[in-house]
Design a protein around this ligand. Structure first.
Ligand code: SAM
Length: 243
């Protein structure tokens, strides 16, 4: 990784990221989308943006449910993979969420902790403002973020995972308001080291930022079944806001 390149650009674009996270739960993601669609009741013609869609697991499923979906992600590799699923109501494109969104959507989803990666809160607010501007009037934004309170209390400092014959040595720590995860391994005689760095926004931080970006926060949930948020026990922190 070069000094100038941000961790999230190289790591999410790397094949090793997809090896480490290969057990990502598709069934759980699909159930979440079912619950969300039941709750939001989108009009079938409404346009949905899955921002930071990765390889498109949520986008593809939402489209199967009859919705008009665009998935955008910074990772060229992930978008290349997702493009195989494209059809007349499902599109994918490379896009950096730090830049303005060029179309308008009724719904924008940011799922599975795809926020909090930047070095400053100004950059995070800037991204929220782009999301706000990318929504039509009364449009809805859904942010599915991790729950920092539970993560802090249950942090696993060291872990080893062996996947595809590669031994991933994982370390986690919290510093200066960020949750760090370092991932070190060897493959085919080469040594690699990556670091994930996610801002540990709590509910109050997000409420303040949403308000600065002019969003009206409507609902707060604590898991993919959309149960109420409890800081000590909830797995997720899911915010639903309107423009
Ligand atoms: C934790 S993954 C989640 C992917 C997907 N939402 C899912 O649940 O499978 C985070 C995603 O954010 C994307 N990402 C990181 N920085 C981004 C940026 N600045 N603009 C757009 N996407 C970005 C990464 O490439 C990665 O695909």
């Amino acid at each position: 990784m070069t000094k100038e390149e941000k961790w999230f650009k190289s790591w999410f674009n790397s094949p090793y990221y997809h090896i480490l996270y290969q057990h990502r739960d598709y069934a759980e993601a699909e159930q979440f989308m079912k619950n969300l669609v039941d709750f939001l009741q989108p009009n079938p013609n409404s346009k949905i943006l899955d921002l930071a869609c990765g390889k498109g697991r949520h986008s593809v499923f939402l489209n199967k449910m009859g919705l008009n979906v665009t998935g955008m992600d910074l990772s060229e590799e992930s978008i290349l993979h997702a493009k195989q699923f494209e059809n007349t109501t499902l599109h994918f494109k490379v896009h950096d969420m730090q830049l303005p969104i060029q179309e308008n959507f009724q719904y924008i989803f940011n799922l599975f902790t795809s926020f909090g990666y930047f070095d400053s809160d100004k950059e995070h607010l800037n991204t929220l403002q782009h999301i706000y501007n990318g929504l039509e009037k009364n449009g809805i934004f859904v942010l599915d973020f991790f729950n920092i309170v539970k993560t802090k209390n249950q942090l696993v400092a060291n872990e080893i995972k062996i996947l595809n014959g590669i031994e991933f040595k994982i370390k986690r720590f919290i510093k200066d308001g960020y949750v760090y995860k370092t991932i070190a391994f060897e493959d085919k005689g080469n040594k690699y080291s990556f670091q994930e760095k996610v801002r540990g926004f709590d509910l109050e931080d997000l409420k303040k930022m949403f308000s600065k970006a002019n969003f009206n926060l409507k609902h707060i949930f604590g898991n993919f079944d959309l149960d109420p948020y409890n800081p000590d026990t909830s797995d997720r922190l899911i915010l639903i806001a309107s423009k």
